[in-house]
Design a protein around this ligand. Sequence first.
Ligand code: BG6
Length: 472
Amino acid sequence: MNKLFPKDFLWGGAISASQAEGAYLDDGKLPSTVDTMISGPYMERFASFGKDIDLDNNYYPSHNAIDFYHRYKEDIALFAEMGFKALRVSIAWTRIYPRGDENAPNEKGLQFYDDLFDEMKKYNIEPVVTIVHYDTPLYLADKYGGWKNREMIPYFEKYCKTIFERYKDKVKLWLNFNEINSMTFMGILGASMPVFRSSPDYFQSTYNAAHNMLVAAAIATKLCHEIIPDGQMGMMLAGQLIYAATCDPADEWQSLYENRRHYFFADVMMRGHYPAYTKRFYEENNITVDIQDGDLELLSENTCDFLAFSYYSTMTAKAQGEGASIGNMVTGFDNPYLKKSEWGWTTDPTGLRILMNNLYDRYEKPLFLVENGLGAKDEINEDGTINDDYRIDYLKQHIEAIKEAMDDGVETMGYLSWGCIDLVSCSSGEMSKRYGYIYVDVDDQGNGTFNRYKKKSFDWYKEVIKTDGGNI
Ligand code: BG6
């Protein structure tokens, strides 16, 4: 097998607006749902979602993030130095329509992304743009209760139309909702609504929100194809692979059942219809989805062009006993074969190869790995160097696994590592959970110079790209 990746393989990195930009009220922007989230342990951070912003008593990491809004030129020059072919960013909906329901878009917000895409173009870096990366306008989420309400759709449609028309000559690769399946494990964030698993209407709200988002995504695909004939729309799945904890058939069934909870979204967006297993699942969980006239046709006529996904780690499922999965919940039963990061995430490069093969067998459409990486604490040595060998090791193993999958026959568009520059963690709001090739001098409370420093992995990734993966 040829060791090298294809010449047109899209090497690069990925960030999102709320985790990098900061400037949360600059140039007309208003708060998004994520701007209400405090830093802190997972449960506290998620409990703050949608609550009033209380600057006197809380710290909100998205408000300044890494100040990409003002420093993007410096950052893009560093990405270009590494040889990036592509960069995934997201547009903050609240820069374009600050409340979400305005008649006209905010010109200053539109101009920011024009400038950003022009800067990338200077270095031939292809933009890969996420339309919503968890950051719905707070005003809309408050007023309508998030995506469980169908009234969100026309606002989203208008936002999509505006950005497609404005950037049609600059952006060809689009992603609709970041990790759409995350609404089933962190509903409040994924579906922008205040429903926790413990809520009595959890299933009903989540699967109605899912339907509304699937319809909205189909509308976005339709618009994208109409407005940007050479544009492509990808769906974005949080890549989950859930093994059976043992070869007990009951565990194997549990694993199939839980994997389907994630495939569900791709099944609809890539194949264009609700999968057969949905019927029983809805019946058993008393879910009634409000499917309106024309919805099913829209879904079937507007499937996605490629499947983008994130991949970090794998989980295991067990039907009974200690550590068993509860209902549809994966409880993170330990996998004795895998090591874990400081945040409890397993390292499993073979899982990536398996997942890629599974996804390609199932949909036969190109895959694009748009997030992968190791969150770790980095230290600056006295001489200013940062030796992140652990990160290089993780990335190397995963890039090798991608090549294996490609040699297995999986069509793969590219590899974008997550947080190519350190940014705010989504789950904890910490800065100290770092993913980058570039260190940003900011701590968990937002103190620091915001200066950027190259880590050891910076030169390593530069060499990987330069040699088409030959020198890994
Ligand atoms: C993905 C999200 O789930 O994982 C990113 O799309 C997120 O926004 C990434 O940052 C890593 O998760 P975390 O919690 O370590 O930031």
